[in-house]
Write a protein that binds this ligand. Structure first.
Ligand code: TXA
Ligand code: MG
Length: 334
């Protein structure tokens, strides 16, 4: 067991000494948890195979699940790619820094195989969080960082969530308060003829299409449109709370509540449900971005409160809610 040091940092104007400490620990090959605008990331040097391998160990993540590499500029991303696809150029110019991850051909002399699970591609993103950017700029090297949770558990949007799974497994946690977006980045395969969404995320398909109109989503077996590969992160069980999660149509909620014994959590996006002695109710915002920003925190809270079942009011069917629906479906099938 390591002694995990938690350092408070200002989210908007990170203190230089905290940033330098984190960069030095990373440079030594250690694990450092860094806030991003989506979720907290479990960081290690991306250009050092031994350091990157420690991420899999700390997370309990199988080696077949590749990592996202974080960089401080488009130029740094281009330097990690064997070649830089036109779609990657267009999308990163539009959305970086921000919650977009592009999958591009990997330059094996720059990114070790362990980062990409031995694949021919590498996933890269430039985060928008001032703390993440400050650490990347101080370090001047790329940082591999999956969400800072144990494998298949809920992603963390606060330092307290991180410590639930990783206390004693990492050197340091930079605590900058809650993450603004709350839902992971959108992962887009840029190696094919059309950009293909491998994982729904903070940026919607419509937003991508405003930049590259041919962008498509990869469904089912991922065979659509010759997308180069499935995203291994698409395995069903993922993003799961400890409680059993059930998504329920709004009109069936009252019946489901009455039929569910024990301590029950309820997550809605309307205000008109009330808590009872055995039901702990959380009303999330009615807009998808606001809802996404607080979903994981709500599920962490209901888990901590000892709920055995969490009923979630089914969100609307439109594209703006795709990432939220995706995470709920994965949590439900666990
Ligand atoms: O918002 C985020 O993306 C956060 C923050 C920390 O940046 N990171 C994150 O990482 O969610 P992780 O490891 O939990 O999810 C990475 C996703 C997985 O679905 C993985 O399969 C996919 O990216 N991925 C990584 N490398 C890939 C590659 N070369 N090809 C296809 N998918 C890849
Ligand atoms: Mg994750």
């Amino acid at each position: 067991m390591l002694r995990t040091e938690v350092i408070r940092v200002d989210a908007k104007a990170p203190e230089a000494d905290a940033v330098a400490l984190a960069a030095r620990a990373l440079a030594r090959g250690e694990l450092v948890v860094i806030p991003t605008e989506t979720v907290y990331g479990l960081g290690a040097l991306a250009d050092d195979a031994d350091a990157a391998a420690r991420i899999f160990e700390a997370k309990g993540r199988p080696a077949y699940n590749p990592l996202i590499v974080h960089v401080a500029s488009v130029d740094e991303a281009r330097a990690l790619a064997a070649w830089w696809p036109a779609h990657a150029e267009a999308l990163t110019r539009a959305f970086w820094p921000g919650p977009l991850t592009v999958v591009v051909p990997r330059d094996a002399s720059k990114v070790p195989g362990v980062v990409s699970a031995g694949g021919a591609t590498v996933a890269i993103r430039m985060p928008a969080h001032p703390v993440a950017l400050a650490v990347l700029r101080a370090l001047k090297r790329p940082v591999a960082a999956p969400s800072a949770n144990r494998f298949q558990q809920l992603s963390p949007t606060t330092a307290a969530h991180v410590l639930k799974g990783l206390d004693g497994r990492v050197s340091m946690v930079l605590d900058a308060g809650p993450c603004e977006r709350g839902i992971e980045s959108t992962v887009v395969d840029c190696t094919g003829e059309r950009p293909a969404v491998l994982r729904h995320g903070s940026i919607t398909l419509d937003e991508l299409r405003a930049v590259v109109p041919t962008a498509v989503e990869v469904r089912g077996d991922g065979a659509e449109d010759g997308a180069a590969l499935r995203s291994p992160g698409m395995i069903r069980k993922h993003y799961a709370p400890r409680a059993k999660l059930v998504v329920v149509r709004p009109e069936a909620l009252y019946d489901a509540l009455r039929a569910t014994p024990g301590r029950v959590g309820l997550v809605t996006h309307h205000q008109d449900y009330t808590a009872t002695a055995t039901v702990l109710s959380v009303a999330l915002p009615e807009d998808p971005k606001g809802y996404g920003a607080r979903l994981y925190a709500a599920l962490h809270m209901l888990d901590d409160a000892g709920c055995e079942v969490v009923l979630v009011e089914a969100p609307p069917d439109d594209g703006a809610w795709a990432a939220v629906r995706d995470r709920l479906a994965r949590a439900e099938s666990s």
